[in-house]
Design a protein around this ligand. Structure first.
Ligand code: FMN
Length: 173
């Protein structure tokens, strides 16, 4: 079974990361812009999906991404993704937005949990410098945070390590 990569973006950084991720995971399908997806039922056709989400609405309780994900959250929660593995990556800025680093990942995570998906791709917070993030579960982020604004020099290593982790967690990768 296939693995899909989905992203939504405002200034293009999450799309760029989705393409770079795909180069580390060539057996996954080419990344798709969520804005072009008309029926989320297509998520159910995959063994696994990898979803990228930036944070724009700083400190917001809901609709934190400011992208197409925001209007799809309820619908994601209503899908039946039992048996589907889902991994998230988030784009943010740990320096300027250090109290809300990659907050949108947690919101998307909560709706995928509602759908029954098996969440994978959690990452230790130990190699990040920030004040607060809603995307922490204990000492783990609920996905891979990436910071193209302040720590872009760390992105390749973070991506590579995460892809090696995902290859163990999603067998068809
Ligand atoms: C007005 C504004 C608000 C932002 N708010 C946050 C935030 O709350 N948390 C965070 O981690 N990053 C925040 N960012 C940084 C963006 O998430 C980051 O630049 C991201 O890479 C943008 O991704 P995109 O190009 O795919 O839209 C903000 C950036 C701007 C300009």
């Amino acid at each position: 079974m296939a693995v899909g990569i989905y992203f939504a973006t405002t200034t293009g950084k999450t799309e760029d990361i989705a393409e770079r991720l795909h180069s580390f995971l060539p057996s996954a399908e080419a990344p798709k812009d969520l804005a072009d997806v008309s029926d989320l039922l297509e998520f159910t056709s995959y063994e696994g999906i990898i979803c990228g989400i930036p944070t724009w609405n700083t400190g917001a309780d809901s609709e934190r991404s400011g992208t197409a994900w925001d209007s799809m959250l309820e619908e994601i929660g209503e899908l039946n993704l039992n048996g589907t593995k889902v991994a998230l990556f988030g784009l943010g800025d740990s320096s300027t937005y250090t109290e809300n680093f990659c907050d949108a990942m947690e919101e998307l995570h909560s709706y995928f949990v509602k759908s029954g998906a098996e969440m994978v791709g959690y990452v230790s917070k130990s190699n990040y410098t920030f004040e607060e993030s809603k995307s922490l579960i204990g000492d783990l982020f609920c996905g891979l945070p990436l910071d193209e604004d302040s720590e872009s020099d760390m992105t390749d290593e973070r991506l590579e390590n995460w892809c090696n982790q995902l290859k163990k967690e999603i067998p068809s990768l």
